[in-house]
Design a binder for this molecule. Structure first.
Ligand SMILES: [Zn+2]
Length: 456
């Protein structure tokens, strides 16, 4: 299996540190706002990556964080805290804001058939580990203190630009703003002190004073806690290359002296009707918006798969409509096929070659359609299409699914969960969701109320 590694800027043969295990860390959502279809593209692509690894007989341990700490703007050094501000605006606690948007994220994943790790790691649950990591860096002389926090001195870490390949000279020349309290323009906060003039809802004691962790430290601390000091794969959006992942590497490698990540995989952006998504343009659509416009969320998954993960994708409603028709046609075809027997070896081989070549899913879909249109007996096509779907995750095997009977016990649990959600008791609602899932069912929230289905 071959994959593009941002560290080397080339497609490499994938060789994990301890095969067949693969430790994979994905940067998860920041939960002070809705996850839109641009964010969700990334999670679908991570899901595909995991499925491809599994189809190559790797054992994948997938870890994802939830950034539930309020942070300052992009480099976590200046500006306002969106979570604390959002909480004030909505009259909710920051903890409830985080829960609310985490739930929206999980609902979106479920609708798109994205499996998440069982235990998502919340940044606020690992403050101790984050402080310990900062202390390790402090002992090794990589930190300094200013009036507003503890900073990482990037001039002390010689490999700082190895991922971004930025030139520190041009970086310095391009910046016109004052350094503020920082020594170097690329230095970043490890720990921030709570502002004196304002009471924060989220703050913790630390050896340096009351405050909260910088944005980057959680990912280094939690990924190493869950997967050890060297990870096989780390994924995230291309926007993470220059700052977030660069800083994660600096924190981890300065502390351990070991390579932090073997393969960095980055996903490209999504544009809407040729434009960058933005609140002011009103084009930051969510999965819920897609469902409310009458689309099957799986059509969105199918649409994502038509663009290679390293290519910018242009979302249009017309393209989504096309994807929905293609998927419906495929499912209708499958319904008339005979029961699966021996597959189409030639197409299976081509499919495997495509997915193993830097996750070329658009090519794999072309192989699928070529097979559908071929003269092979339908029983053979069926066998192969079900095999392909282990990677694609389009629920093609469920083409013939009839209305499911949901037991009363599950319906009652779902009603109770709905009541807790209405009352804003998201913790308790979440517990009931877990209970429903334990009993083998999944619950999806839609505009017409929660929908229940048996988990596949
Ligand atoms: Zn991260």
């Amino acid at each position: 299996m071959k994959i593009y590694n941002t560290l080397s800027r080339s497609v490499e043969e994938f060789e994990p540190i301890n095969p067949p295990s693969v430790g994979l860390y994905s940067c998860g959502p920041t939960v002070y706002d809705y996850q839109h279809i641009g964010h969700m593209r990334r999670y679908v692509e991570d899901d595909i990556l995991i499925r491809v690894l599994k189809s190559n007989s790797f054992y994948v341990k997938h870890v994802m964080n939830i950034t539930d700490v309020g942070h300052l703007t992009s480099d976590a050094d200046t500006g306002e805290d969106k979570m604390e501000k959002g909480a004030k605006r909505l009259g909710m606690s920051v903890w409830d804001i985080a829960k609310k948007f985490e739930m929206q994220f999980k609902d979106s994943c479920l609708a798109l058939n994205v499996s998440l790790p069982k235990d998502l790691m919340h940044a606020t649950d690992y403050i101790e580990e984050e402080i310990e990591l900062i202390q390790r860096l402090e002992k090794k002389g990589f930190t300094y203190k200013t009036t507003d926090g503890i900073y990482f001195d990037t001039s002390k870490f010689s490999d700082y630009f190895k991922l971004s390949r930025q030139n520190p000279e041009t970086l310095r020349a391009g910046v016109r703003v004052a350094l503020g309290k920082k020594k170097n323009i690329s230095d970043f906060a490890l720990w921030k002190f709570s502002p004196k003039e304002e009471k924060r809802q989220m703050e913790w004691k630390s050896p340096w004073g009351i405050g909260f962790p910088g944005w980057h430290i959680e990912c280094s601390a939690m990924s190493m806690k869950a997967l050890g000091e060297s990870l096989d794969i780390h994924t995230g959006g291309v926007d993470h290359i220059n700052i977030h992942h660069t800083n994660e590497i600096a924190q981890a490698e300065a502390a351990t002296g070991k390579p932090f990540v073997k393969y960095f995989i980055h996903h490209a952006f999504l544009a809407v009707e040729g434009q960058k998504m933005s609140k002011s343009l009103g084009n930051t659509y969510t999965v819920k918006d897609v469902i409310e416009k009458g689309f099957d969320p799986m059509a969105l998954r199918y649409l994502y798969l038509q663009t290679h993960y390293r290519q910018e994708m242009n979302f249009t409603w017309e393209a989504l409509s096309g994807a929905q028709n293609a998927l419906a046609k495929l499912k209708a075809d499958i319904e008339f096929w005979d029961e699966a027997k021996v597959g189409c070896a030639e197409f299976e081989q081509n499919f495997l070659e495509a997915v193993n070549n830097d996750l070329n899913i658009p090519e794999a879909l072309a192989v699928l359609w070529e097979m559908v249109r071929s003269d092979y007996p339908s029983s053979a096509k069926k066998r192969s299409v079900l095999k392909f779907d282990e990677v694609l995750g389009l629920d093609l095997g469920k083409a013939k699914r009839k209305e499911e009977k949901i037991p009363d016990e599950i319906k009652k649990l779902s009603e109770k969960r709905g009541e807790f959600r209405k009352e804003g008791k998201f913790d308790r609602a979440d517990k009931i969701r877990a209970e429903i899932e334990e009993k083998g069912f999944a619950v999806e929230d839609s505009e017409s109320g929660p929908k229940l289905r048996r988990k596949s």
